[in-house]
Design a protein around this ligand. Structure first.
Ligand SMILES: Cc1cc2nc3c(=O)[nH]c(=O)nc-3n(C[C@H](O)[C@H](O)[C@H](O)COP(=O)(O)O)c2cc1C
Length: 190
C-alpha cells in the first residue's frame, strides 16, 4: 500500500511537519510504503485557467506538478497536512490543489478517471480555538479528494498551537497523528 503525505506548511519541523511525520510513522508500522512531499520546496504555479486540460486531462503548464500528478493517482492513501492560514489552507497547498483541475476534468468532463477505493485524511493545526477554525480547509480538502476519486475518511484537527514545535507540548496530538496514520494504512478509518 502506498501512502502519500503532502506537507503544506512552509515551516520545516513545525507543527504540521511533525504531525505528518508521526502519521507516516503510524502508516509505516502497518507495512505501508510511505512518501512525503514538501510543497513549499516545489515550484508549482497557480492555475492560470488556460483550460488546456479540457482537451485531454493534462495541464499545459510545465513545472513540478508534472511529478505530483502520478503520485496523486498512484497513492492508495493520501494525507493532506496544513496549518490554518487565514481560515484556509496555505497558498502553497492551494496551488497544488487548484492545479489538480486536470484530474477534475478527467473525472467529470472526459469521464476517464478510473474508479478507485482510495481513502484520504486531513491533518490541520491552527493557533486559535474558534468553532469554525477548520471549516474552510475541510471543505476544500473534501472537494479536492472527491475530484480525484478519494474518499475523505478521517481528520485530526488541533487548535491552540502556534509556535514552531509547540505541538510537542500538546498532551495527545502526536500520538493521535500516529494512530490516524496507522488506522489509515490498515483501512480502518471511519
Ligand atoms: C499567514 C498566517 C496566517 C495564519 N492564520 C491563522 C488563522 O486564520 N487562524 C489561526 O488559528 N491561526 C492562524 N495562523 C497560525 C498558524 O496556523 C499556527 O502558527 C500553526 O501552528 C502553524 O503551523 P506550522 O508550524 O505547521 O506552520 C496563521 C499563521 C500565519 C503565518
Amino acid at each position: 500500500m502506498k501512502v502519500l503525505g503532502i506537507m503544506g506548511s512552509p515551516r520545516i519541523k513545525g507543527n504540521t511537519d511533525l504531525l505528518l511525520d508521526e502519521a507516516l510513522k503510524g502508516a509505516k508500522s502497518q507495512g505501508a510504503h510511505v512518501e512525503k512531499v514538501i510543497v513549499d520546496k516545489l515550484n508549482i504555479s497557480p492555475c492560470r485557467e488556460y483550460y488546456g486540460c479540457l482537451k485531454d486531462g493534462n495541464c499545459v503548464i510545465r513545472d513540478d506538478m508534472d511529478s505530483i500528478y502520478p503520485k496523486l493517482l498512484e497513492a492508495d492513501r493520501l494525507i493532506i497536512a496544513s496549518p490554518i492560514f487565514f481560515y484556509g489552507l496555505t497558498s502553497q497547498l492551494k496551488a497544488l490543489i487548484d492545479r489538480s483541475q486536470p484530474l477534475w476534468v478527467r473525472k467529470y468532463i472526459l469521464k476517464n478517471l478510473p474508479e478507485s477505493a482510495r481513502k484520504g485524511v486531513l491533518i490541520c493545526v491552527g493557533a486559535t480555538k474558534g468553532e469554525k477554525l477548520f471549516c474552510g480547509a475541510i471543505l476544500t480538502v473534501k472537494y479536492f479528494f472527491k475530484s480525484i476519486g478519494v474518499e475523505y475518511s478521517d481528520e485530526l484537527l488541533i487548535r491552540g498551537v502556534d509556535k514552531k514545535d509547540e505541538i510537542k507540548e500538546h498532551p495527545s496530538a502526536l500520538k493521535e497523528a500516529y494512530e490516524l496514520g496507522r488506522r489509515l494504512a490498515q483501512g480502518e478509518s471511519h
